[in-house]
Design a binder for this molecule. Structure first.
Ligand code: SF4
Length: 465
């Protein structure tokens, strides 16, 4: 299955990226200010919700039920969506999903589409795939628009341009948005108004839209997008054709399950009691909204993650990004350091689970294991436990021959009295270890102190007396 190349950029790896990021004080300041604000708002709302822990448990239980009966819920969803005149397509991987979407757009004869903010379209590299097929995809979420205009990459799941400040955004608009007013200031209202006018023209002329979905409801065949700006709703209602890409883990069994998730998601994601816009659509309604509705159900590594008994809980994720906002590693490195679509603690487990830990072996180590991510996760994903399990898998997948040999030698030395005494004598001669071992063992001692060998080991002292 082709899962690796589009979601995971591989190179350069996390440690190098992180080092560069922590040297960038402006980036650190932007990330710290933004995450602190959302963190504070979330904490206030959680404190005023007396049944918060029960809601978390309910969210986790609903998602676990879906994961345990995924095949049945997927078929139920497909049946109900088809009954409401939506066309359901299945995609095993990024390439298949992109090809399906490209073909659907080409059939309409259009070369321009508008997009609702969606992580899964980032995951499959859809905008680039469409570009290669001669189709222009315009991001309509304000932050995604900023990122797209700057030829940048998103750095946060909910706030993709969180690494940019107002002055930078003004510069991006002036340089890359042809219809931005030349006297644009960095006042937030002026920036939002410039984007609004730019997007309004796109909404009115574009005939095809692409979205993801926060939830897919098996009972009705409907999809839901939760958002703050209303730009998503414009995309979902104005065009003639709507194509939605949905990861197969986005299912929930019934419409009433939204009662749980629409309390958990906004409080955790943006620190709001509810999202300003929750749009639900179920197939085609004659004479109202898009008259051609396509849904692409995507695997792209999800069944691989499902097969991992410890890791499958990552598929409960509702992409609220609360774990990013509390993570001490993310706060210092920002999102780009992770080199993948999903940054932060959830990215550190989800990416290896989707692409195979052998393709992303550093990510499970991009954590201090402090456990803050688990405490805030609205669906109780035990990220630290999954991280530790994936570290184990990563070590097994990339066993280092030199390290294996070193441990085998140590085991042999420690298993006999004479050999151990000889080893201690040898170690006393090897004073260089104080300053770190030579390659290839230097990476081990770079972050660990090796104790000095004792001048006189206990056994020698005992023998003398
Ligand atoms: S792992 Fe939990 S906290 Fe993190 S994005 Fe997913 S649902 Fe939110």
């Amino acid at each position: 299955m082709n899962t690796g190349e589009l979601i995971w950029t591989e190179d350069p790896p996390f440690p190098e990226n992180a080092k560069r990021a922590v040297d960038n004080s402006q980036l650190r300041r932007n990330v710290r200010n933004a995450t602190a604000t959302i963190r504070q708002r979330r904490a206030g709302l959680v404190a005023e919700t007396p049944d918060w822990q029960e809601l978390r448990k309910a969210g986790a239980a609903i998602k676990d039920d879906v994961l345990h009966h995924l095949d049945a819920y997927l078929e139920e969803f497909e049946r109900n969506a088809a009954n409401r005149r939506a066309t359901v397509h299945w995609a095993r991987d990024a390439a298949e999903a992109s090809q399906t979407i490209t073909d659907l757009i080409k059939k309409t004869g259009e070369t321009e589409v508008i997009k609702v903010k969606s992580m899964v379209t980032q995951e499959i590299g859809l905008v680039d795939a469409l570009q290669n097929a001669g189709i222009n995809a315009h991001e309509t979420d304000l932050a995604e628009l900023i990122v797209q205009l700057a030829h940048d990459r998103p750095s946060h799941i909910v706030v993709p341009a969180l690494h940019r400040n107002r002055a930078e955004i003004r510069r991006i608009f002036l340089d890359h948005m042809a219809d931005a007013p030349r006297d644009l200031t960095d006042d937030p209202h002026a920036l939002a108004e410039a984007a609004r006018l730019h997007l309004r023209r796109l909404f009115l002329r574009t005939k095809v839209a692409i979205s993801g979905a926060n939830f897919a409801i098996a009972e009705t065949g409907g999809l839901l997008v939760a958002e703050s700006e209303g730009n998503g709703r414009m995309c979902l209602t104005l065009p003639e054709t709507l194509i939605s890409v949905v990861g197969i883990e986005k299912l929930i069994p019934t419409f009433s399950d939204l009662e749980v998730f629409l309390q958990l998601l906004p409080r955790s994601a943006t620190g709001e009691r509810m999202n300003p816009y929750n749009s639900v659509w179920t197939g085609v309604t004659p004479g109202d909204g898009p008259q051609a509705v396509h849904i692409v159900l995507l695997d792209n590594g999800r069944t691989r993650a499902l097969a991992d008994a410890t890791g499958r809980q990552a598929l409960r994720c509702i992409r609220c990004a609360a774990c990013l906002n509390v993570c001490p590693v993310y706060e210092r490195t920002g999102g780009h350091a992770y080199g993948a679509t999903y940054p932060g603690p959830i990215g550190a487990i989800l990416t290896p689970l989707l692409v195979g830990v052998e393709h992303a072996p550093q990510l499970p180590f991009a954590s201090s294991l402090c456990g803050a991510c688990y405490e805030v996760c609205p669906v109780e994903i035990d990220i630290p436990t999954v991280l530790v399990k994936l570290r184990h898998d990563a070590v097994n997948a990339h066993r280092h021959r030199a390290e294996d040999a070193a441990f085998a030698t140590a085991a042999s030395a420690m298993s006999g009295r004479r050999r151990w005494s000889a080893a201690l004598k040898a170690a006393r001669l090897m004073r260089f270890v104080r300053h770190g071992a030579p390659p290839p063992l230097h990476r081990w001692t770079r972050t660990r102190d090796l104790p000095d060998p004792p001048g006189e080991p206990f056994r020698e002292w005992w023998r003398k007396r």
